[in-house]
Design a binder for this molecule. Structure first.
Ligand code: HEM
Length: 413
């Protein structure tokens, strides 16, 4: 095993991802605004690029979630519990406290490691047999299986839960026109019904009889109704399954294009590999923008001044920019540096900086995501002759405001 110091591989200048291609919607905006850590545009939207400023916003009690199509909540009937991502204040804190045990590093290691290893083995063996696979589909299978275990979606009536979840995550652009809109609406309702009948309903039935250590059992115990459980499952589908799938794909892409990364993944100890994966995630944040709306005036210290953001304002935090703030990540902020040491400060800067968010809504699944990515990638990279046959197609996902991959063909000779 190589230690961290030995693993300080030369930093790679070449990122295989064409950022401009999938963050076009924001590229112009960012270029114009990047000069200041905090500023307001002509539409009244506040943009936060500095790490310290972003931390202050995300840790404030005076903001609420405005990303992940938060407006979809307005369409939900009143009086029902919103999914965790949109809960705020005391009820949110309580839900996080009660579900924290499913996500600790200890649970992740002791409860899910074996399952992750077995399933990664199965998937990789199937790939070797077939000699060719679309990695975006293979990694979705992995991500869905793992998150399903945590959520409790383990009693599906038919195989194919990964495809059913994917239909919610990938929102196809709908042509204008009434007929197209109607078709889309009917399709969405049908997808929802199938997900409920084939995956969620059987899981609920089993857990009503015998509760288990998972999210659905906890929700039933808290008196959640079917509709509330459905929306929570969709939230996990987007927040936990699709995100991890995209990260596995981008990580493999980097690794296969940089032989020294492959060596690192195959020879380094776990701590070094995890550090490296966090570093990749820092530069390739799956959730490209975090959004918040102020619920009261918010005073932020920036550049020795106090800036007051009024109540009701929209705040956009482009994770790409926050994650490359030299003040906290040190030299060469835009390059992959395995073993990078963050500038010391309190509270400590996370290894992937803000790629898992910060504050009350910080991703609970961070340990799970890194552990499963590491296990799956290590298994896959052991396959001799593994190569890229076709690089992925990169598009933009408006729900996570970040990249989305499809059609990444890897093959074995
Ligand atoms: C590489 C993979 C992942 C990335 C990049 C990621 C990223 C994020 C980010 C940035 C947030 C915060 C959103 C915000 O503050 O607006 C978040 C929240 C969340 N994530 Fe993850 N995530 C990943 C994997 C997972 C996994 C594996 C799970 C569960 C099994 C999960 C479950 C959640 C949940 C439930 C929330 C909402 C938390 C709350 O609002 O309190 N995530 N994730």
């Amino acid at each position: 095993m190589m230690n961290l110091a030995q693993q300080q591989t030369k930093s790679a200048d070449a990122c295989p991802v064409d950022h401009a291609q999938y963050s076009k919607q924001y590229a112009d905006l960012n270029d114009k605004l990047v000069s200041s850590p905090l500023e307001q545009d002509e539409f009244g939207v506040w943009h936060v690029h500095g790490y310290a400023e972003a931390e202050a916003v995300l840790r404030s009690d005076a903001v609420r979630q405005a990303g992940f199509r938060a407006e979809f909540l307005d369409k939900m009937p009143t009086g029902i519990n919103p999914p965790i991502l949109y809960l705020e204040g005391k009820p949110h804190h309580e839900q996080r406290r009660q579900t924290a045990r499913f996500f600790t590093p200890r649970t992740t290691d002791s409860q899910y490691r074996q399952m992750m290893q077995q399933y990664a083995d199965e998937l990789v063996q199937e790939f070797v047999r077939r000699k060719r696979v679309d990695l975006t589909q293979l990694s979705m299978k992995m991500a869905v299986r793992v998150a399903s275990q945590v959520v409790g979606l383990t009693n599906s009536r038919l195989p194919g839960i990964d495809r059913r979840v994917d239909r919610f995550v990938r929102r196809k652009i709908v042509e204008n026109g009434r007929l197209a809109q109607l078709k889309k609406y009917v399709q969405t309702q049908l997808n929802l019904l199938l997900f409920f009948l084939l995956d969620i309903q059987p899981a609920i039935k089993v857990r009503r009889k015998t509760p288990r250590e998972d999210v659905i059992s906890h929700l039933l115990d808290s008196g959640y109704k079917n509709l509330e459980i459905v929306t929570e499952c969709i939230t996990y589908g987007v927040a936990g399954m699709a995100t991890t799938r995209e990260f596995i794909v981008v990580a493999l892409w980097h690794i296969l294009e940089n032989p020294e990364y492959r060596t690192l993944m195959l020879t380094a100890d776990q701590e070094t590999r995890y550090g490296f994966l966090h570093e990749l995630l820092r530069l390739e944040p799956v959730v490209g923008h975090l959004l918040r709306r102020t619920t009261a005036e918010l005073a932020i210290e920036s550049g020795g001044q106090t800036v007051t953001i009024p109540a009701g304002a929209l705040i956009d935090l482009p994770v790409y920019l926050v994650n490359t703030d030299e003040q906290v990540v040190g030299e060469r902020p835009s390059q992959v540096c395995p073993g990078r040491e963050m500038v010391e400060r309190k509270p400590r800067v996370a290894d992937s900086v803000m790629s898992f968010g910060d504050g009350a809504h910080r991703c609970p699944g961070a340990y799970i995501a890194i552990q499963e990515s590491d296990i799956f990638l290590c298994r896959l990279l052991q396959v001799e002759g593994l190569r890229i046959e076709k690089p992925p197609t990169v598009t933009y996902n408006d729900t996570v405001k970040g990249y989305e991959f499809s059609d990444f063909i890897v093959a074995v000779d």
